[in-house]
Design a protein around this ligand. Structure first.
Ligand SMILES: [Fe+2]
Length: 344
């Protein structure tokens, strides 16, 4: 009698468990995302995607190069369906290593302006950031600032900081200049900016603005979202830095401010391409874009979506008018030039 009860209740539990699973994820469909992003709000979006589609999202976090190497090593055995990376240059690297596949999607074409996606549709920008001039208002009046090029003038000698040339953000900045100015002028810019550095390049983007507030330099070249992240940091000095500095968008009367994107592509060996595309479409849509961009104080690529209040406070700006594919295409040449002019 007891045995019968026991097996009945075990049977009930098994039934209940499978009913639960069935309710959430009817056919057990799932995708795996290799992502450089790791924000709590992303998980809320992924849960929403699962509710709407029944497709579960497994996320594997890692650094960009680490994830690209892993994709390469796993080759056709990879579990990854989607790769999300925070730089168009690196996405291009994944494309040239034959790790992604092209996607035809009217939804993506509609939601994402053409200059923020790969010309051959191997990756799609989801959020964008600007690489701006951050200055100390006690030592620089914004009226003294104009363009990236003007910072190579003698009056800025010993007053400018940015990170090393091994960093992809600066490689992408240089790559954009090669596209816009041509190689010769881009080299002259790299030479001139290196001559005006306040110190041998060191540290990350945040460190450049900290150095400005500490008095080591007057202007830093860095990405906008770090200001938002420092403003909301638990470190009081980071808050102070973010509240002290001014943000200036260079080249507004000329070629525009340099922008770069976080972007996603479908992996070449995905075994669920349809769901992978559906996922990227979801992230580019109006419902997801605001929260996806705000998680890192970035600009949504979808033009129907409002930007974060902090970004609104800086005002609208004119971005470089180039297809971001060139950031990857010119990045090798960019590193050669920066190396040649002695930008460490
Ligand atoms: Fe970053």
């Amino acid at each position: 009698m007891n045995k019968l009860l026991l097996s009945l209740s075990v049977g009930m539990i098994v039934l209940m468990l499978s009913a639960c699973t069935f309710g959430v994820n009817p056919d057990g469909e799932s995708i795996t995302v290799f992502s450089e992003r790791h924000y709590d709000t992303d998980q809320i979006l992924f849960d929403l995607f699962e509710q709407q589609t029944g497709i579960r999202v497994n996320v594997i976090d890692g650094g960009a190069d680490e994830l690209i190497n892993r994709l390469e090593n796993e080759s056709e055995d990879t579990s990854a369906d989607v790769l999300i990376i925070a730089d168009a240059g690196r996405l291009h690297r994944a494309k040239t290593k034959d790790l992604l596949q092209p996607v035809e999607s009217d939804t993506l074409f509609e939601n994402i302006p053409s200059n923020y996606r790969d010309a051959d549709n191997y990756w799609f920008g989801l959020t964008k950031r600007a690489r701006v001039l951050v200055y100390h208002p006690d030592r620089v009046d914004p009226s003294e600032l104009s363009t990236y090029e003007a910072l190579t003038e003698p009056e800025w000698e010993g007053r400018v900081v940015t990170r090393t040339s091994t960093n992809i953000y600066n490689q992408s900045l240089m790559a954009s200049f090669i596209e816009i100015m041509g190689e010769e002028d881009a080299r002259a810019w790299a030479e001139g900016i290196t001559a005006n550095f306040a110190r041998t390049p060191a540290g990350n983007d945040r460190d450049q603005s900290k150095f400005v507030v500490e008095g080591g330099a007057d202007v830093a070249i860095m990405n906008t979202y770090y200001i938002g992240r420092m403003m909301n940091s638990s470190d009081p000095f980071e808050q102070e830095v973010a509240e002290t500095v001014g943000v200036f968008f260079p080249n507004q009367d000329t070629t525009g401010t340099h922008v770069n994107v976080s972007a996603a592509g479908v992996t070449k060996h995905s075994d669920n391409v349809e769901a992978a595309v559906q996922f990227i479409e979801f992230l580019s849509g109006e419902e997801a874009q605001e929260s996806f961009a705000n998680a890192n104080y970035e600009y949504p690529v979808n033009e129907n979506v409002e930007m974060h209040d902090l970004l609104k406070s800086w005002g609208e700006f004119k971005a470089q008018d180039i297809n971001l594919s060139v950031l990857g295409e010119n990045s090798y040449q960019a590193t050669i030039i920066m190396d040649e002019v002695g930008w460490e």
